[in-house]
Design a protein around this ligand. Structure first.
Ligand code: PHE
Length: 334
């Protein structure tokens, strides 16, 4: 019977170690000390002992009873103390810190980079604070061209500005590295403009391939491959004649509206087509600014807006959502 008391004490102690809430204590008191409790049922067997054993056993059981009562009271105290104001409730479940994620714009940039790198392009970059020469002049944008107008461009003093497109990277790369050049340049650009489809800062990717023998067919081949990898091979493309001062000839590229599959909807303004990039063969005048003989090489360039691609790919209808930092929006893509 002494062994039974010993075993009881041990199982009580183990159970007490598992009691992490104040509410756990009362059921334990009932279980061990209640009228139908474990200790009580051992005491009932006292009658089977000889008279000489009873006092010792009685004393031992009493001691155990006191021990259990005291231990329960102490534990209850402790649990109440930690859960009250100012204390730390060690019994609460742990708090998992929120996980960060890659911003949707950055993940679209990575996706585009992967496609172009697999086509042999390398990644280049240039400054966001640019000078007039690289942003405009060397790109064959004459002084009174509307793109230089104050309402589009953020100017600092003395011909310094926030670049309005990634095309100045074309100039910087051709100035620095020898030919051939096959680069893309993703990055931030700035224009004084703001509504559901424009933010003062947005992202573009510039592409430039200059090498002996490059033709419009290369331009088309690269852009077809790119669009098909991005939006699927069943998306139609349309090259529309256009004008950029730094390319000749120039084309804007439309894709069949991926929302309505070309039937006409709100997103494509019922035309069935979405304009997604500007492109063209590098204008010979541009080569003159970077000391390349226009007779020796040809090349093509293109530029596209990342936000626009992300909006189409994920069906987002307001560009400002990208920059409001609402985690409910951002975490959908993290
Ligand atoms: N830089 C032009 C723009 O921002 C896009 C473009 C790039 C067009 C390269 C042709 C060639 O609109």
């Amino acid at each position: 019977m002494e062994k039974q008391l010993e075993a009881l004490k041990q199982s009580f102690c183990e159970e007490l170690g598992q009691a992490h809430r104040a509410e756990d204590i009362e059921p334990m008191r009932v279980k061990y000390l209640g009228r139908k409790g474990a200790l009580t049922s051992i005491l009932r067997q006292m009658g089977t002992l000889g008279p000489e054993e009873r006092p010792r056993f009685g004393a031992l059981s009493n001691k155990l009873k006191n021990f259990i009562e005291q231990a329960l009271a102490d534990r209850l105290d402790e649990l109440k103390r930690v859960s009250t104001a100012g204390g730390v409730d060690v019994t609460l479940p742990g708090r998992t810190p929120r996980r960060g994620g890659i911003h949707i714009i950055n993940s679209v940039i990575s996706e585009l980079e992967d496609i172009f790198m697999s086509l042999g392009f390398t990644i280049a970059s240039g400054p966001e604070v640019e000078d007039d020469y690289h942003n405009f002049e060397a790109l064959n944008i004459p002084e009174h061209h509307p793109a230089r107008d104050m309402q589009d461009t953020f100017y600092f003093d003395k011909g310094i500005l926030l670049r309005t497109h990634t095309s100045p990277v074309q100039i910087r790369v051709m100035e620095k590295t020898g030919l051939p050049v096959r680069i893309i340049a993703p990055g931030k650009v700035y224009r004084c403009d703001s509504d559901v489809s424009h933010t003062p800062m947005f992202h573009q990717i510039e592409g430039l391939w200059v090498e002996e023998g490059i033709t419009l067919a290369h331009l088309k081949g690269v852009l077809y491959e790119f669009i098909h990898r991005l939006f699927g091979t069943d998306v139609p493309l349309r090259f529309r004649p256009s004008f950029f001062p730094f390319t000749e000839p120039s084309a804007e590229v439309d894709i069949g509206c991926i929302m309505c599959k070309g039937k006409g909807c709100r997103v494509c303004g019922n035309s069935g087509w979405l304009e997604i990039l500007g492109s063209g063969m590098v204008d010979p005048n541009v080569y003159k600014y970077v000391d390349i003989d226009p007779e020796s090489v040809t090349g093509f360039a293109f530029g596209l807006g990342i936000e626009r691609i992300a909006m189409l790919k994920y069906g987002i209808d307001d560009i400002r959502l990208f920059y409001e930092n609402d985690l409910r929006f951002l975490s959908q893509f993290a």
